[in-house]
Design a binder for this molecule. Structure first.
Ligand code: ADP
Length: 632
């Protein structure tokens, strides 16, 4: 091919077109490479996700229940292990044959045959080992894949109180280091444990076959010391593995919080303080690990010393037996060689026991998470909420985030379809809590919340939330384009619909300024946008979803007057024709609603239109008077 091809000659243009590539100019030979690569690429079928809000009936996560479905595969792995182990252990036995039959009698032919068989076992060992590693590696990955999905789905299923109580960083650890500990256990630990255990059995049998007396002697020299040491080591590691796991979770939690709160941290000059704090957290993790290192530093050299001392004693006793003629030189060689072989499995099994400990500790932590039931759960006989008109009723609702501190007391309320209600009142009075109950983030301890007469506890969560819109006080924007963020509740919305939603809330100016219109990327959490813009995007998101009922927590951030009036105008558009609950922090917003409710100390103390409440001369009238005085 000439240079023409590289610069997009007619031939390559055709090639590109044939290959279905968007831009002309892919040279023919590159195309074959591309095709080759594509052929090798694994193809992932479209994912069918089975997600339900109900607690799945899986058995609690224990190593056993987790492995049981894979018993056949594990059996195959074990078979490979048997072959691998047998091939590995045959070495000293062959050495014995070589020495006794070949070397001692000067028979070169036998020596050659033994060496060839030796080579053969080495090859067979390498092959079975390679197969086994590949097989268990795949199996381990599959197990981990299933577990990661199980934990992630469970996180998606849990109720909001769980995420308030648990630090995000700790939840991250479950998915990272805890699952990794299990990966190590499945990919290397379990099967290796079997390899080593089998090796012990085979070697013991061979030793007894060679010379029962010497075998007993060897066992007596080896087993008690190693056993006692291993038990001690196990006790120490028991203690510190749980600790290490807890502390790495603390490290991650602290890291996550520092990253998420970096703006506040910078503004309040807490960077230095944070470094000090993190030093302590990391220090505690280090201390926990050091306890383990200390134990290992005693355990490993001591067991090694036992091996070498054992070999020396064996050489002396066995050597005397050779001189007496009760043992052959080959048998002595086999004994001495097997002794190292004998120790390695014991030592490794204890090391693997560490892995097992770690795995158990992780499995326990994961089991705890997985067995947490969502506090807001879907009833087994829940039905889909039919398309709603938007009537909301609260009847005698009492609620507290924990049972001891009630937040709402006997609240009753009715909103007609299409009506808007502003909720005002002092901070901490329970305004947001009312909103959270209406979208069923929590269930009331007493009383009922109904939409169109349906008790929220009797309908499916998906069908409920599909018809509700929520605009939180601090809108959360995801990493992605404006389009992705606005179409969050309706990913299938067309660009035209997204544009319309943006226009409706008055975001046209922003879109014109951005390089890529609706496809412009937003930074994580919308950090590159102004507070007002974030608020407007959240409104556009709600507008596009077109819910019948909208719950809106007004932003308290001090917006400039221009942004404020923009948001007011956007609100009017979004609330048009919907049942709406607006938690209003400014009277200007409250006054636009059909009715206003004053919440004080967890109770609705006044409710009515603006004029009615002003005439009533209560709390609202006071607020209004103060506001008017300021305005003037
Ligand atoms: P506001 O009227 O300012 O919206 P909220 O409804 O947010 O008040 O809060 C009402 C009370 O409930 C407050 O005392 C607050 O401290 C408490 N509270 C709010 N959220 C939680 C929570 N997730 N867990 C425990 N207590 C909470």
């Amino acid at each position: 091919m000439g240079w023409g091809g590289y610069f997009g000659g007619p031939q390559s243009q055709n090639a590109a077109r044939d290959a279905g590539l968007p831009h002309a100019g892919v040279p023919g030979d590159l195309r074959t490479h591309v095709e080759e690569v594509l052929r090798k690429e694994p193809e992932y079928p479209p994912v069918e996700v089975d997600f339900s809000h109900r607690q799945p009936s899986d058995p609690p996560l224990t190593l056993r229940s987790f492995l049981w479905p894979y018993r056949v595969q594990l059996g195959v792995a074990l078979l490979l292990v048997v072959v691998e182990s047998a091939m590995m252990q045959s070495g000293p036995l062959l050495a014995k044959e070589g020495i006794d039959r070949g070397v001692s009698s000067g028979n070169l032919r036998i020596l050659l045959v033994v060496a060839a068989v030796f080579l053969g076992t080495v090859a067979a060992h390498a092959l079975s080992s390679s197969l086994r590693i590949r097989y268990t590696g795949k199996l381990g990955e599959r197990l981990m894949y299933a577990l990661r999905l199980r934990v992630f789905s469970h996180y998606q299923r849990l109720s909001l109180n769980f995420f308030t109580q648990e630090k995000a960083g700790v939840l991250m650890t479950r998915m990272t280091s805890d699952i990794e500990a299990l990966t190590v256990l499945f990919q290397e630990g379990l099967v290796n444990f079997a390899v080593q255990g089998l090796a012990l059995l085979v070697i013991t049998a061979v030793l007894f076959y060679l010379d029962p007396l010497l075998a007993v002697l060897t066992l007596v020299m080896v087993v008690p010391g190693t056993f006692v040491l291993s038990i001690w080591f196990r006790k120490v590691s028991d203690r510190y593995y749980g600790l290490v796991r807890d502390r790495i979770a603390e490290v991650l939690a602290d890291l996550q919080e520092s990253l998420a709160g970096i703006r506040v941290i910078t503004a309040h000059n807490r960077r230095r303080h944070n470094v000090v704090h993190h030093t302590n957290v990391v220090g505690r993790h280090k201390d926990a690990n050091l306890a383990g290192v200390r134990a290992a530093s005693i355990y490993a050299p001591t067991t090694e010393a036992i091996v070498i001392i054992g070999q020396a004693i064996l050489l002396f006793i066995g050597g005397t037996m050779v001189i007496n003629g009760s043992l052959t030189a080959g048998e002595l060689t086999a004994f001495v060689l097997y002794l190292t072989f004998f120790f390695a499995p014991i030592q490794q099994m204890v090391q693997l026991y560490n892995g097992y400990q770690q795995g158990q500790a992780s499995a326990k932590k994961l089991r705890e998470v997985l067995s947490t039931e969502p506090s807001v759960s879907e009833a087994p006989d829940a039905v889909d909420l039919p398309p709603i008109e938007g009537e909301i009723t609260l009847e005698g609702v009492s609620f507290g985030y924990d049972d001891d501190t009630p937040v709402l007391h006997d609240v009753s309320l009715r909103l007609a379809p299409g009506e808007s209600l502003a909720v005002v009142g002092p901070t901490g009075a329970g305004k947001s809590t009312v909103a959270k109950l209406i979208v069923r983030f929590y269930d009331p301890q007493q009383g009922t919340v109904r939409i169109d007469g349906h008790d929220l506890r009797t309908v499916t969560l998906a069908s409920l939330r599909r018809q509700l819109g929520v605009v939180p006080q601090e809108p959360f924007l995801f990493y992605g384009s404006i389009r992705d963020n606005v179409a969050f509740a309706r990913p299938d919305a067309s660009v035209a619909e997204v544009l319309e939603a943006c226009r409706a809330v008055g975001l046209t100016e922003l879109l014109e300024r951005l390089p890529d219109d609706v496809n412009s990327q937003i930074h994580e959490r919308g950090a590159s946008l102004s507070a007002g813009e974030r608020q407007l995007l959240a409104l556009a998101r709600a507008f596009l979803a077109r819910p019948r009922v909208l719950v809106l927590d007004e932003a308290t951030s001090n917006l400039d007057l221009r942004s404020e009036s923009k948001i007011e105008a956007a609100l009017d558009v979004v609330l048009e024709g919907r049942t709406a609950i607006v938690i209003a922090h400014r009277l200007a917003t409250a006054m636009r609603a059909d009715r206003i409710a004053v919440v004080e100390d967890g109770r609705i103390t006044e409710i009515g239109t603006h004029d009615e409440l002003v005439a009533l001369g209560g709390h609202y009238a006071d607020m209004y008077a103060t506001w008017m005085a300021h305005a003037n």
